[in-house]
Design a protein around this ligand. Sequence first.
Ligand code: ZN
Length: 197
Amino acid sequence: MMPDSLNQLIESFKMLPGVGEKSAERYAYAILDLDDDMIHQFAESVDNIKNTIKRCSICNSLTDKNICSICSDKTRESDILFVVDDPKNVFLFEKLNMFSGKYHVLNGLINPLEGINPEDIGIDLLIKRIEKEKFKEVIFALKPSIEGETTSLYIKKILDSMDVKITRLASGVPIGADMEYIDSLTLERALSDRKEV
Ligand SMILES: [Zn+2]
């Protein structure tokens, strides 16, 4: 019978998305093959992740400092703001290296059926930041869904009284879960063809 500790490691890997029995076993055996230092490093990074990763106090993205590296980068364009509903998308866009402005991460999207209201996703903080940092343009890159639509319209209504251009990525881009499968050219086009809302 398989030792409990090995079984436990396999079960742990199976908690991850897309990892079935076979892959979990392969990962567990691969861990067994690592040398002690590497195993220690692996275990430590897993153990640390929840304690070190927090939300940036300016943009609400994930960071291990109080203010993330994007917010503290003085070379970035400071008059254009990219609004996403998941911190994952910040890193995706950064990886594609096609946007040099600032980001803001909402805590999800407005969803009245599930009781998620504007104050739950931090819209007040977004509005305050837009006022304070005087952005000239705000680009919405929210999930193309009823919730994404509701959220952009809600924010747009508030911003209408302010001197800021509101745009969204050109349609046809599946933002969200599928976004990691889009090539950079498609996204680049969606960004350059963005439309005023
Ligand atoms: Zn930040």
